[in-house]
Design a protein around this ligand. Structure first.
Ligand code: ADP
Length: 226
């Protein structure tokens, strides 16, 4: 399957993306994670992405589209992929449409996680990530680690992303509204979008997502096709 997962910061996109991709045995591709890896490795690309990320702004399209093009060209994407955080504006959506048309690999679904903005800042402020593996995500209130500051899975140190500060989160929300909301409309016009409520427990949201893509039990609460 080839799926896009779209949603504002704080909707739990990353959390759901890891679970969905693992359930479907497809690659989880997060542009945010790819950029953070580049930053950690001190690459030139990481250095050019960093100031944009710290300011809560989008990394320029020529950089981002290049990263995705290179990632989608790897053979492990043949069995399918879930894109988390891409495309984030119309130019990226059009570039992706072009890449997929060239390889004759149409998208199967676009899932949009919805959450009231008032909930976002609280969710993000408590988010902690593991330094050893960013897919190990905790929340100081909702899913605290057993030992404060340490990852339950591997013992790695937990830290807060430097773009998770309140002012930056507000900027990211603004960017989502102005740049990413039109991407949802773009895929609505192609009949691919299912909107899912991002409220509730991780497993509840995951169940809604699985139903939306034709897996799992039918429970229509919290989903709507558009
Ligand atoms: P979130 O969805 O919670 O904001 P991400 O990890 O997806 O977190 O993204 C973090 C930051 O990485 C974004 O604010 C942006 O600066 C950069 N980024 C990620 N994906 C893209 C993209 N597709 N285009 C441009 N910038 C991106």
């Amino acid at each position: 399957m080839r799926i896009l997962l779209i949603g504002p910061p704080g909707a739990g996109k990353g959390t759901q993306a890891v679970r969905l991709a693992s359930y479907l045995s497809i690659e989880h591709i997060s542009t945010g994670d790819l950029f953070r890896e580049h930053i950690d490795q001190g690459t030139e690309l990481g250095q050019s992405a960093r100031p944009h990320m710290r300011a809560g702004l989008l990394v320029p399209d020529e950089v981002t589209i290049g990263v995705i093009e290179e990632r989608l060209a790897r053979p492990d994407t043949e069995r399918g992929f879930l894109l988390d955080g891409f495309p984030r504006n119309l130019a990226q959506a059009e570039a992706l449409d072009g890449i997929l048309a060239d390889s004759q690999l149409p998208l199967d679904a676009v899932l949009v996680l919805e959450i009231p903005e008032a909930r976002v800042v609280r969710r993000i402020a408590g988010r902690r990530l593991c330094r050893r593996d960013r897919e190990h995500v905790f929340h100081v209130d909702h899913s605290p680690p057993e030992v404060a500051g340490a990852c339950d899975v591997c013992g790695g140190e937990l830290y807060q992303r430097d773009d998770d500060r309140e002012a930056t989160v507000r900027k990211r929300l603004e960017v989502y509204r102005s740049e990413t909301a039109p991407v949802v409309e773009h895929y609505q016009a192609q009949g691919l979008v299912t909107a899912i409520s991002a409220l509730g427990h991780v497993q509840e949201v995951l169940d809604r997502a699985l139903v939306a893509i034709g897996h799992g039990q039918v429970d229509t609460s919290g989903t709507s096709s558009c």
